[in-house]
Design a protein around this ligand. Structure first.
Ligand code: SF4
Length: 354
């Protein structure tokens, strides 16, 4: 039996399954840098440690030991299925008969990085920038498609001392396709913790990035609050409709709303001139999602839209107007169909921000 065991990013993150597999093994095979982290767990066992770049050799050795009747553990850092040893072993397996293989998952570097940054992952793509086995044209194509799909993107192996071009090319694509203010998290694991930085695409410090840095680039909805990076899923928060909002939407549904800048309003412009006042009261209130500039007033539990200019942009208003009548037919729908409204908001953010 060969067990491909993910040991996660650090000792503290190892799973009980991984610990048990190591405990039951006769032979441990792995990259020497990873074996070093678990040397106390492998005492008394046959240990075969090899250098970087010898992945196929490690896999072949695991097969040989297994064929000799040994219980083998093939060590992988992070998760064996995410740029780890599972792929190497499974590619070899077609050569051999009767191999018993079990993959024991571990915490991948992307999950570890995300947990430190906050909650940056929603729908996401994981892309390695190593062009040792993958042509740069393929890597660039995948980055482009991920940007078009508005995926959060996690990058592995971004840059080494001699391999800088893939990162430079990736950065060019990201800068072409995404807003300069898109949040970016950098996490570099080290013994007993991690170096962490949250910045933006326009301020990305290339000089701080190396092979071991995990980069997580947010999407059009990602935001940073209280030092944490978040990509919201769009949960609804309980609320009651304000009497002035009810009055506003009664008029709106009767076709009496303002269209464009309401120059006659004594509060105009409450944000900037020119501003579109069609949705003076936002149909999504409270969206509870800071990605367009709103925020909670802490302790009071009140959602403030003061910083949200998105709702007053012409493109936004056009996008909302195209679908709002099919969702809100009467005042009650503002609450009853809140999930649909929040989905419309996401759709319009993508239409206007991507
Ligand atoms: S105005 Fe902006 S922040 Fe306020 S609820 Fe609407 S979308 Fe959210």
């Amino acid at each position: 039996m060969i067990r491909v065991v993910g040991i996660g990013p650090s000792r503290d993150d190892m799973t009980i399954r991984a610990l048990n597999a190591i405990d039951e093994a006769d032979v441990i095979i792995g990259y020497k840098g990873y074996i070093k982290h678990i040397d106390d767990l492998v005492k008394g066992k046959k240990v075969v440690s090899k250098g970087m770049g010898q992945e196929l050799l490690r896999a072949e050795l695991a097969v040989r030991e297994s064929k000799a009747g040994k219980n083998v553990v093939l060590i992988s850092s992070g998760d064996p299925g995410v740029f780890g040893m599972a792929n190497v072993l499974f590619q070899l397996m077609g050569k051999y008969k009767h191999l018993e293989v079990e993959v024991i998952p571990g915490i991948s570097a992307v999950n570890f990085a995300a947990s430190i940054l906050g909650a940056p992952l929603h729908d996401f793509a994981v892309i390695s920038l190593s062009d040792l086995l993958t042509p740069l044209s393929e890597i660039k194509c995948k980055i482009k498609k991920a940007c078009e799909g508005d995926f959060v993107i996690a990058f592995y192996n971004p840059m080494s001392k001699t391999r800088k071009k893939p990162f430079a090319e990736a950065l060019n694509i990201l800068q072409d396709e995404m807003k300069p203010s898109t949040p970016v998290g950098l996490v570099k694991g080290k013994d007993g913790g991690a170096d962490v930085k949250i910045t933006s695409l326009e301020n990305l410090p290339s000089e701080e990035i190396d092979m071991s840095t995990i980069i997580i680039v947010g999407n059009s909805m990602s935001y940073v609050e209280d030092g944490r990076m978040v990509t919201p899923r769009g949960y609804m928060v309980p609320y009651s409709l304000h009497p002035l909002a009810i009055e506003f939407y009664e008029k709106y549904l009767d076709g009496e709303g303002a269209d464009g800048p309401n120059l006659g309003c004594e509060y105009y412009p409450c944000h900037h001139h020119p501003q579109n006042c069609t949705f003076c009261y936002c149909p999504f209130y409270p969206c509870a999602d800071p990605s367009t500039g709103g925020r909670w007033i802490k302790e009071k539990g009140v959602w403030s839209c003061e910083g949200c200019t998105w709702i007053h942009e012409d493109k936004t208003v056009q996008c909302i107007q195209a679908k709002l009548p099919s969702i809100v037919e009467n005042i009650g729908d503002l609450k009853k169909k809140k999930k649909e409204l929040l989905k419309l908001r996401r759709e319009c953010i993508r239409n206007t921000e991507c």
